[in-house]
Design a protein around this ligand. Sequence first.
Ligand code: PGA
Length: 271
Amino acid sequence: MKKDTLAEVIIVPDAAAAGALVASRIAALIVANPATVLGVATGSTPGTVYAELARRVQRESLDVSRVRAFALDEYVGLDAAKPESYHSVIRREVTEQIGLDPANVRVPDGSIERIMTAGTEYDAGIVAAGGIDLQLLGIGRTGHIGFNEPGSSLASRTRIKTLAPLTRIDNSRFFASVEDVPLHCITQGIGTILEARQLVLLAFGPEKAEAVAAAVEGPLTSRVPGSAIQLHPRVTVVVDEFAASWLEYADYYRHCWQNKLYRCPDRRDAP
Ligand code: PGA
Protein backbone atom coordinates (compact mmCIF):
# COMPACT_ATOMS: atom_id res chain seq x y z
CA MET A 1 0.00 0.00 0.00
CA LYS A 2 1.29 3.45 -0.84
CA LYS A 3 2.12 5.29 2.36
CA ASP A 4 0.08 8.35 1.47
CA THR A 5 -3.15 6.46 0.92
CA LEU A 6 -4.13 5.96 4.54
CA ALA A 7 -7.12 7.93 5.73
CA GLU A 8 -6.61 10.79 8.12
CA VAL A 9 -8.97 10.12 11.03
CA ILE A 10 -9.80 12.99 13.37
CA ILE A 11 -11.71 12.19 16.55
CA VAL A 12 -13.55 15.24 17.84
CA PRO A 13 -15.64 15.76 20.99
CA ASP A 14 -18.90 16.43 19.16
CA ALA A 15 -20.63 17.46 15.95
CA ALA A 16 -20.10 21.15 16.72
CA ALA A 17 -16.32 20.68 16.83
CA ALA A 18 -16.49 18.71 13.57
CA GLY A 19 -18.53 21.50 11.98
CA ALA A 20 -15.97 24.13 12.96
CA LEU A 21 -13.05 22.02 11.76
CA VAL A 22 -14.54 21.06 8.41
CA ALA A 23 -15.97 24.53 7.77
CA SER A 24 -12.46 25.96 8.33
CA ARG A 25 -11.07 23.62 5.74
CA ILE A 26 -13.81 24.51 3.26
CA ALA A 27 -13.45 28.24 3.95
CA ALA A 28 -9.69 28.01 3.26
CA LEU A 29 -10.44 26.34 -0.08
CA ILE A 30 -12.93 29.08 -0.97
CA VAL A 31 -10.50 31.86 -0.05
CA ALA A 32 -7.83 30.24 -2.24
CA ASN A 33 -10.30 29.60 -5.07
CA PRO A 34 -13.60 31.56 -4.93
CA ALA A 35 -15.06 29.24 -7.60
CA THR A 36 -14.52 26.13 -5.46
CA VAL A 37 -16.78 23.20 -6.37
CA LEU A 38 -18.24 21.47 -3.31
CA GLY A 39 -19.87 18.08 -3.15
CA VAL A 40 -22.63 18.36 -0.57
CA ALA A 41 -24.39 15.66 1.42
CA THR A 42 -27.86 15.57 2.95
CA GLY A 43 -28.99 13.86 6.15
CA SER A 44 -28.47 14.95 9.75
CA THR A 45 -24.70 14.63 9.81
CA PRO A 46 -23.38 17.64 7.83
CA GLY A 47 -25.71 20.16 9.53
CA THR A 48 -23.06 21.74 11.75
CA VAL A 49 -20.73 22.22 8.76
CA TYR A 50 -23.39 24.16 6.87
CA ALA A 51 -24.36 26.21 9.93
CA GLU A 52 -20.73 27.11 10.59
CA LEU A 53 -20.15 28.03 6.94
CA ALA A 54 -23.25 30.24 7.06
CA ARG A 55 -21.85 31.93 10.18
CA ARG A 56 -18.59 32.64 8.39
CA VAL A 57 -20.45 34.11 5.41
CA GLN A 58 -22.50 36.37 7.68
CA ARG A 59 -19.94 37.34 10.33
CA GLU A 60 -16.63 36.99 8.53
CA SER A 61 -17.71 38.05 5.05
CA LEU A 62 -16.66 34.78 3.43
CA ASP A 63 -17.55 35.31 -0.24
CA VAL A 64 -19.44 32.30 -1.60
CA SER A 65 -20.97 34.05 -4.61
CA ARG A 66 -18.99 31.92 -7.07
CA VAL A 67 -19.00 28.66 -5.11
CA ARG A 68 -20.68 25.80 -6.94
CA ALA A 69 -22.19 22.71 -5.34
CA PHE A 70 -23.32 19.27 -6.46
CA ALA A 71 -25.48 17.10 -4.22
CA LEU A 72 -24.84 13.39 -3.86
CA ASP A 73 -28.28 11.96 -4.39
CA GLU A 74 -32.05 12.32 -4.69
CA TYR A 75 -35.10 10.10 -4.32
CA VAL A 76 -36.70 8.81 -7.51
CA GLY A 77 -40.32 9.64 -8.19
CA LEU A 78 -40.66 12.15 -5.36
CA ASP A 79 -41.81 15.60 -6.46
CA ALA A 80 -38.78 17.92 -6.11
CA ALA A 81 -41.11 20.53 -4.57
CA LYS A 82 -41.96 18.21 -1.63
CA PRO A 83 -40.16 19.16 1.59
CA GLU A 84 -38.61 15.66 1.93
CA SER A 85 -36.95 15.79 -1.50
CA TYR A 86 -33.22 16.42 -1.50
CA HIS A 87 -33.85 19.33 -3.89
CA SER A 88 -35.78 20.91 -1.00
CA VAL A 89 -33.31 19.84 1.69
CA ILE A 90 -30.33 21.22 -0.26
CA ARG A 91 -32.20 24.46 -1.00
CA ARG A 92 -33.04 24.99 2.69
CA GLU A 93 -29.88 23.72 4.38
CA VAL A 94 -27.20 24.59 1.82
CA THR A 95 -28.27 27.11 -0.82
CA GLU A 96 -30.38 29.38 1.37
CA GLN A 97 -28.62 28.92 4.68
CA ILE A 98 -25.10 29.49 3.33
CA GLY A 99 -26.24 31.96 0.68
CA LEU A 100 -25.11 30.20 -2.50
CA ASP A 101 -26.41 31.32 -5.87
CA PRO A 102 -29.21 28.81 -6.70
CA ALA A 103 -27.92 28.74 -10.29
CA ASN A 104 -24.67 27.26 -8.95
CA VAL A 105 -26.27 24.35 -7.08
CA ARG A 106 -27.22 21.06 -8.72
CA VAL A 107 -29.10 18.02 -7.39
CA PRO A 108 -29.59 14.81 -9.42
CA ASP A 109 -32.89 14.70 -11.30
CA GLY A 110 -35.06 12.02 -9.72
CA SER A 111 -38.01 12.36 -12.08
CA ILE A 112 -39.08 9.00 -13.50
CA GLU A 113 -39.31 10.35 -17.06
CA ARG A 114 -35.64 11.33 -17.12
CA ILE A 115 -34.12 8.62 -14.96
CA MET A 116 -32.34 6.74 -17.76
CA THR A 117 -30.29 9.78 -18.85
CA ALA A 118 -30.15 11.91 -15.70
CA GLY A 119 -27.09 10.14 -14.27
CA THR A 120 -24.91 10.56 -17.33
CA GLU A 121 -25.94 14.19 -17.63
CA TYR A 122 -25.19 14.80 -13.95
CA ASP A 123 -21.70 13.34 -14.23
CA ALA A 124 -21.09 15.44 -17.36
CA GLY A 125 -22.13 18.52 -15.37
CA ILE A 126 -19.54 17.72 -12.69
CA VAL A 127 -16.84 17.30 -15.33
CA ALA A 128 -17.90 20.56 -17.04
CA ALA A 129 -17.55 22.35 -13.69
CA GLY A 130 -13.96 21.15 -13.49
CA GLY A 131 -14.63 18.36 -11.00
CA ILE A 132 -15.45 18.46 -7.30
CA ASP A 133 -12.77 19.98 -5.08
CA LEU A 134 -14.09 18.67 -1.75
CA GLN A 135 -16.80 16.05 -1.35
CA LEU A 136 -18.61 15.86 1.98
CA LEU A 137 -19.89 12.38 2.84
CA GLY A 138 -21.99 10.84 5.55
CA ILE A 139 -22.18 7.10 6.00
CA GLY A 140 -25.28 5.00 6.49
CA ARG A 141 -25.64 2.09 8.90
CA THR A 142 -25.56 -0.12 5.79
CA GLY A 143 -22.11 1.28 5.00
CA HIS A 144 -23.46 3.34 2.10
CA ILE A 145 -21.86 6.56 0.87
CA GLY A 146 -24.23 8.64 -1.17
CA PHE A 147 -27.00 6.10 -1.63
CA ASN A 148 -24.58 3.41 -2.86
CA GLU A 149 -25.93 0.48 -0.92
CA PRO A 150 -24.00 -2.76 -0.32
CA GLY A 151 -23.27 -4.50 -3.61
CA SER A 152 -22.68 -1.27 -5.51
CA SER A 153 -19.85 -1.44 -7.99
CA LEU A 154 -16.80 0.41 -6.75
CA ALA A 155 -16.52 1.85 -10.29
CA SER A 156 -20.17 2.94 -10.52
CA ARG A 157 -21.35 6.23 -12.03
CA THR A 158 -24.40 8.31 -11.15
CA ARG A 159 -27.42 6.07 -11.69
CA ILE A 160 -30.66 4.71 -10.27
CA LYS A 161 -30.35 2.39 -7.24
CA THR A 162 -32.71 0.59 -4.90
CA LEU A 163 -32.58 1.74 -1.27
CA ALA A 164 -31.74 -0.90 1.34
CA PRO A 165 -34.63 -1.64 3.75
CA LEU A 166 -32.49 -0.38 6.67
CA THR A 167 -31.89 2.94 4.89
CA ARG A 168 -35.62 3.36 4.31
CA ILE A 169 -36.22 2.72 8.01
CA ASP A 170 -33.48 5.18 9.01
CA ASN A 171 -34.78 7.87 6.66
CA SER A 172 -38.42 7.34 7.63
CA ARG A 173 -37.94 9.98 10.34
CA PHE A 174 -38.19 12.58 7.55
CA PHE A 175 -41.45 11.06 6.21
CA ALA A 176 -44.89 10.31 7.63
CA SER A 177 -44.15 6.56 7.56
CA VAL A 178 -41.57 4.10 6.24
CA GLU A 179 -43.96 3.21 3.39
CA ASP A 180 -43.67 6.82 2.21
CA VAL A 181 -39.88 6.58 1.77
CA PRO A 182 -39.28 6.01 -1.95
CA LEU A 183 -37.93 2.61 -2.99
CA HIS A 184 -35.45 4.06 -5.46
CA CYS A 185 -32.89 6.82 -5.60
CA ILE A 186 -30.43 8.35 -8.01
CA THR A 187 -26.97 8.64 -6.53
CA GLN A 188 -23.51 9.68 -7.56
CA GLY A 189 -21.64 6.44 -8.17
CA ILE A 190 -18.68 5.35 -6.10
CA GLY A 191 -16.47 5.96 -9.13
CA THR A 192 -17.95 9.47 -9.40
CA ILE A 193 -17.33 10.16 -5.72
CA LEU A 194 -13.74 8.95 -5.93
CA GLU A 195 -13.01 11.52 -8.65
CA ALA A 196 -13.42 14.38 -6.18
CA ARG A 197 -10.03 15.87 -5.32
CA GLN A 198 -10.64 15.50 -1.58
CA LEU A 199 -13.12 13.49 0.50
CA VAL A 200 -14.33 14.38 3.99
CA LEU A 201 -16.46 11.71 5.64
CA LEU A 202 -18.35 12.66 8.80
CA ALA A 203 -20.08 10.36 11.28
CA PHE A 204 -21.49 10.86 14.75
CA GLY A 205 -23.12 8.57 17.29
CA PRO A 206 -22.73 4.92 18.34
CA GLU A 207 -25.04 3.67 15.61
CA LYS A 208 -22.39 4.64 13.02
CA ALA A 209 -19.43 2.98 14.81
CA GLU A 210 -19.59 -0.36 13.02
CA ALA A 211 -19.91 1.20 9.55
CA VAL A 212 -17.07 3.65 10.24
CA ALA A 213 -14.71 0.88 11.38
CA ALA A 214 -15.62 -1.27 8.38
CA ALA A 215 -15.11 1.64 5.97
CA VAL A 216 -11.82 2.85 7.45
CA GLU A 217 -10.14 -0.35 8.64
CA GLY A 218 -12.05 -3.22 7.07
CA PRO A 219 -11.30 -4.89 3.78
CA LEU A 220 -12.06 -3.01 0.58
CA THR A 221 -15.36 -4.53 -0.51
CA SER A 222 -18.56 -3.59 -2.30
CA ARG A 223 -20.33 -5.09 0.74
CA VAL A 224 -19.26 -1.91 2.55
CA PRO A 225 -19.38 0.81 -0.10
CA GLY A 226 -17.78 3.28 2.33
CA SER A 227 -14.61 1.16 2.25
CA ALA A 228 -14.02 2.65 -1.22
CA ILE A 229 -12.62 5.73 0.54
CA GLN A 230 -9.50 3.61 1.09
CA LEU A 231 -8.85 3.96 -2.66
CA HIS A 232 -8.66 7.75 -2.42
CA PRO A 233 -5.32 9.48 -1.85
CA ARG A 234 -6.79 12.40 0.11
CA VAL A 235 -9.51 11.49 2.58
CA THR A 236 -10.29 12.80 6.04
CA VAL A 237 -12.68 11.02 8.38
CA VAL A 238 -14.11 13.20 11.17
CA VAL A 239 -15.92 11.28 13.89
CA ASP A 240 -17.03 11.78 17.47
CA GLU A 241 -15.96 9.39 20.23
CA PHE A 242 -19.10 7.28 19.77
CA ALA A 243 -18.63 6.80 16.04
CA ALA A 244 -14.92 6.10 16.67
CA SER A 245 -15.62 3.45 19.29
CA TRP A 246 -15.14 0.43 16.97
CA LEU A 247 -11.90 1.74 15.41
CA GLU A 248 -9.04 -0.57 16.26
CA TYR A 249 -6.46 2.21 15.81
CA ALA A 250 -8.35 5.05 17.52
CA ASP A 251 -5.45 5.77 19.87
CA TYR A 252 -3.08 5.98 16.95
CA TYR A 253 -5.30 8.43 15.07
CA ARG A 254 -5.45 10.59 18.22
CA HIS A 255 -1.67 10.42 18.50
CA CYS A 256 -1.27 11.48 14.86
CA TRP A 257 -3.69 14.35 15.20
CA GLN A 258 -2.27 15.63 18.49
CA ASN A 259 1.28 15.50 17.13
CA LYS A 260 0.31 16.96 13.77
CA LEU A 261 1.32 13.80 11.94
CA TYR A 262 -1.34 14.53 9.37
CA ARG A 263 -0.29 11.67 7.12
CA CYS A 264 0.01 8.68 9.41
CA PRO A 265 3.21 7.05 8.13
CA ASP A 266 2.13 3.46 8.34
CA ARG A 267 -0.49 1.64 10.34
CA ARG A 268 2.05 -0.99 11.35
CA ASP A 269 3.63 1.74 13.52
CA ALA A 270 0.48 1.86 15.63
CA PRO A 271 1.12 1.63 19.37
P1 PGA B 1 -27.45 10.77 8.35
O1 PGA B 1 -27.32 9.92 7.03
O2 PGA B 1 -26.50 11.92 8.19
O3 PGA B 1 -28.87 11.25 8.38
O4 PGA B 1 -27.09 9.89 9.49
C1 PGA B 1 -26.05 9.62 6.53
C2 PGA B 1 -26.18 8.70 5.35
O5 PGA B 1 -27.18 7.96 5.26
O6 PGA B 1 -25.29 8.72 4.48
